[in-house]
Design a protein around this ligand. Structure first.
Ligand SMILES: C[S@@+](CC[C@H](N)C(=O)[O-])C[C@H]1O[C@@H](n2cnc3c(N)ncnc32)[C@H](O)[C@@H]1O
Length: 322
């Protein structure tokens, strides 16, 4: 009844498309009418009495967190994720960002991380596992905040039970307990983990509890779906949320020219990370194993950082995977 092609030709299609992109930032759909119409058709199937004009009236009559507004967000967001996705980049965070921020927090022994656009939480728990296994900060007060625009994904994240697809490539026994055919993140890795609804385009950034800003922010595979203006808004919010000298990871394949005047790239052996300040900017690629000196960061515990990497490699072993 509401075929995708018919929807694209509807007189209210441009208005619907503009509303969907403005509310989510998903400029990805700017040249993908058929795909967006396909998602919309699924929503319209739940409102058989409404045509596109009526559906728009329903959306516009609701608050942004209204039932249909949320259902539309869940239908059009792309939530693909997995545990320890882009492991080399996570290794770079463990090896360079964590020891650097730990040096800043020697006195208060706390670290705060924000995963912006965390989908079903796999990224958040991966970070929690890495930090809890880290010899420098494992027994510190850790907070890992996961946020997303999609409440369905957040509900999954709070439950913290995963199937084989999210866990691909992982050794599950050490960090999960069996829950029927799924695996539940063990309690030790839930300590300090928190999930919250947050829209990177329309909401002010979350505030780190310690008051000095997030030490590390991951916003991976999110900005690539945004239109440039929304990307800039999201990045400015992320920057505001961060501690001076904090570290940012975006997706390995993400090219964000908007970052150029906001963050300082730090090119590491297997990943590029970004910092809120240029103070410790590394010039050119860094040699493996000698990074503390080149970045002007005191790595008193480089051996500990290496041990943490070994732990991460252990977590990633495919042995015993199911
Ligand atoms: C492809 S997933 C990335 C998940 C994880 N960061 C990773 O790299 O595996 C993109 C996530 O961004 C979320 N997202 C999309 N638009 C958003 C917005 N405006 N604010 C917050 N999250 C958003 C989606 O709901 C989705 O869960």
């Amino acid at each position: 009844m509401h075929g995708p092609s018919g929807l694209v030709g509807h007189r209210d299609w441009p208005r619907f498309k503009a509303l969907a992109i403005a509310r989510t930032g998903l400029g990805y759909y700017a040249d993908k009418d058929e795909l967006l119409a396909d998602r919309l058709a699924d929503r319209l199937a739940c409102h058989a009495s409404l045509d596109l004009t009526g559906y728009l009236a329903l959306l516009e009559g609701e608050p942004l967190d209204g039932i249909e507004a949320e259902a539309l967000v869940a239908a059009i967001t792309i939530g693909e994720t997995s545990f320890f996705r882009d492991a080399e980049q996570l290794e770079a965070l463990i090896r360079y960002a964590v020891p650097d921020r730990a040096a800043q927090h020697r006195a208060d022994r706390h670290l705060e991380v924000w995963s912006a656009g965390c989908a079903n939480g796999a990224e958040v728990y991966s970070v929690a596992m890495m930090l809890r296994s880290h010899p420098l900060v494992g027994n510190w007060q850790l907070r890992v905040l996961g946020t997303d625009i999609d409440r369905t994904a957040l509900a999954e994240a709070v439950i913290g039970e995963y199937g084989a697809w999210s866990l691909r490539g992982m050794r599950v026994e050490a960090n999960f307990t069996a829950a029927g055919p799924r695996w539940r993140v063990t309690d030790v890795f839930r300590r300090g983990v928190e999930f919250r609804h947050h829209n990177l385009v329309t909401d002010p950034p979350p505030v780190a509890g310690g008051g000095s800003g997030f030490d590390i922010v991951l916003c991976r595979n999110v900005l690539m779906y945004f239109a440039p203006p929304q990307r800039r808004v999201a990045l400015a919010g992320i920057r505001r949320s961060m501690a001076e000298g904090g570290w940012l990871a975006v997706g390995c394949a993400e090219v964000c020219p908007e970052m150029d005047d906001m963050f300082t790239p730090v090119r590491l052996p297997h990943a590029t990370l970004y910092r809120k300040t240029g103070k410790f900017l590394a010039e050119g690629p860094l040699p493996d194993g000698d990074v503390g000196f080149h970045m002007g960061i005191a790595f008193d515990h480089l051996d500990d950082a290496r041990a943490a990497m070994a732990t991460l490699r252990g977590l990633l072993s495919t042995k015993g995977d199911s």
